[in-house]
Design a binder for this molecule. Structure first.
Ligand code: SF4
Length: 213
């Protein structure tokens, strides 16, 4: 079920219909195993794969499987990267064959809403690889854009700051304090109403469970 207690399974169906109407390909799966199977069958042999900052993708264990299958994987969350190497990896997302990521929120009207620190994720979802795959649990579905931004400020960004050990106030209080630029994680926010013209295939794998943050 969505996090918002006022949302129902009917709202999930409405979100799916809206996304389809806007040109996204939607695959609804019941659980993580089905999501992983769908993902692996969606990645062409030998494709270079960019992985966006996404707890959902890591929860699925996708990165290790892709590497074991011989794919070149650009994963900036891997341990031990210097800041320069991390940025280099993030820039590779734009020139990958496939970009796989999560999303911060999906509105019932069918919009994807995301806030980034570096912007690599939102850029690659808009004008990078011709194939983009978003994986999201139904907890990401929200009523509207206001609720999407609220979710980012009250759930996604604080949890992300906590994971990254960022010195932001939200990492401690789990609430947005509209912090100053020096430590701020929330720098670029995008609303995707429909797949950009630059993308040939934009698939959303929606999992009927709560995944990521
Ligand atoms: S603006 Fe600052 S305090 Fe607010 S959610 Fe973003 S990083 Fe946290």
């Amino acid at each position: 079920m969505p996090e918002d207690e006022n949302l129902t399974q009917t709202d999930v169906q409405k979100a799916i219909k809206s996304l389809q109407k806007q040109g996204f390909e939607i695959v609804y799966v019941e659980d993580q195993a089905q999501a992983l199977s769908e993902l692996l069958s969606s990645v062409p042999v030998n494709a270079r794969v960019g992985i966006g900052g996404s707890a959902t993708i890591r929860e699925l264990g996708l990165v290790d499987i892709l590497i074991s299958k011989g794919h070149i994987v650009y994963d900036h969350w891997q341990e031990g990267l210097s800041p320069e190497k991390k940025l280099e990896m993030q820039k590779h997302h734009l020139s990958s064959d496939v970009f796989i990521t999560g999303t911060n929120a999906i509105t019932i009207k069918g919009q994807l809403v995301n806030t980034d620190h570096t912007g690599n994720r939102v850029a690659a979802m808009i004008c990078g690889p011709e194939k983009v795959i978003v994986v999201a649990g139904v907890n990401k579905i929200v009523p509207d854009l206001h609720a999407a931004v609220r979710r980012i400020k009250e759930v996604a960004a604080p949890e992300n700051c906590f994971r990254r050990k960022d010195p932001t106030p939200c990492a401690i209080t789990k609430k947005c304090h509209d912090c100053s630029a020096k430590v701020r994680l929330c720098r670029v926010t995008t609303i995707i109403d429909a797949p950009s013209r630059a993308i040939k295939e934009f698939k959303i794998i929606l999992i009927g469970k709560s995944m990521g943050y």
